[in-house]
Design a protein around this ligand. Structure first.
Ligand code: PMP
Length: 300
């Protein structure tokens, strides 16, 4: 990103340059990581940027807020209006993402329990985004493994991301795209992605629940697998199964679905992106094209 990167952002009812947005130091997000966030992908279309799976992202934001007992500052229509304005205000021509963060608000003094009578802090920005290139998809990416040492509310999309930050740094220091985490010998997820394996033509995903964040791509990949006739199982996946997989892939808003071809320096299956990945990636592009054209039709 260039140094003049200064999108127009939303902070507590005010739109202005990112470089001028300020929060008080006693914001609970800053002091305790007491907040949640969302990342919605935006795709460049001939009619401007359009979100993908927005309904599902807003539903997850509502669930995350509910789980940490912050009153949702907006209803669905309110969020949609804000997001539409964020897109309009930041009308670049490339792909992008909308970042939304809601914290419990600003306290008068530091203390762990919820302060009474404070309003949530709401922040939103649009950042340009480059999806993985066709070349990187043809090759596949490297991943490394590590023990999952996070808390047991990984289902909440919390801004308390220290565990994930350390795992992302571990990947970066090992020249890998992602760290794949294991807890008690079972696959959980990446630092910022869900992880899928293929064995004997079957697609397997770690169980939804408190050990992983249910990506918006989780249900999507289930749908895409069904569409492509790929049997899918949501169940515990052992470390041995991970290391013996025919294919491994990760999914996230910013990576879509991405093949992992090297795990801890060992080739995954044939060491090339596999047929299940290819089928899911194609189905993903079709689902996206359908939804983006519906968005364009509604916008006209
Ligand atoms: N797990 C974690 C820990 C994540 O940060 C993400 C990215 N938000 C995901 C899974 C994938 O979620 P999504 O498909 O909604 O991007």
């Amino acid at each position: 990103m260039s140094d003049d990167f200064d999108p127009t952002v939303y902070l507590n009812g005010v739109w202005g340059p990112l470089s001028e947005a300020r929060i008080p130091v006693l914001d609970r997000g800053f002091i305790f990581g007491d907040g949640v966030y969302e990342v919605v992908p935006l795709y460049a279309t001939p009619d401007g940027r359009a979100p993908f799976r927005l309904t599902q992202h807003l539903a997850r934001l509502t669930r995350s807020l509910g789980k940490i007992r912050i009153d949702n500052p907006f209803d669905d229509a309110g969020w949609r209006a804000l997001i539409a304005r964020a897109i309009e205000t930041n009308h670049g021509d490339g792909d992008a993402l909308v970042y939304i963060q809601v914290t419990r608000g600003v306290a008068k003094r530091r203390g762990h329990a919820f302060p009474a009578g404070i309003e949530p802090t709401v922040f939103m920005m649009v950042n340009p985004l480059t999806f993985p290139s066709a070349e990187s998809r043809e090759q596949g990416a490297r991943a490394v493994t590590a023990e999952d040492k996070r808390w047991l509310h990984c289902d909440i999309k919390s801004v308390s991301l220290l565990g994930n930050v350390l795992m992302a740094q571990h990947a970066a220091e090992n020249d890998a795209l992602e760290t794949i985490q294991l807890r008690d010998g079972l696959l959980t997820e990446g630092s910022s992605s869900n992880v899928w394996i293929v064995k004997g033509g079957r697609l397997l995903g770690a169980p939804r629940g408190p050990r992983i964040l249910e990506g918006i791509r989780y249900a999507l990949i289930e749908e895409l697998a069904a569409e492509a006739g790929i049997p899918f199982e949501e169940r515990d996946i052992t470390e041995a199964e991970l290391r013996d997989a025919d294919e491994i892939m990760i999914s996230s808003a910013t990576k879509e679905v991405m093949p992992i071809t090297l795990l801890d320096g060992e080739p995954v299956g044939a060491g090339r992106p596999g047929p299940v990945y290819a089928a899911l990636y194609d189905a993903y592009q079709r689902a996206k094209a359908r939804e983006l054209s519906e968005w364009a039709a509604r916008a006209k």
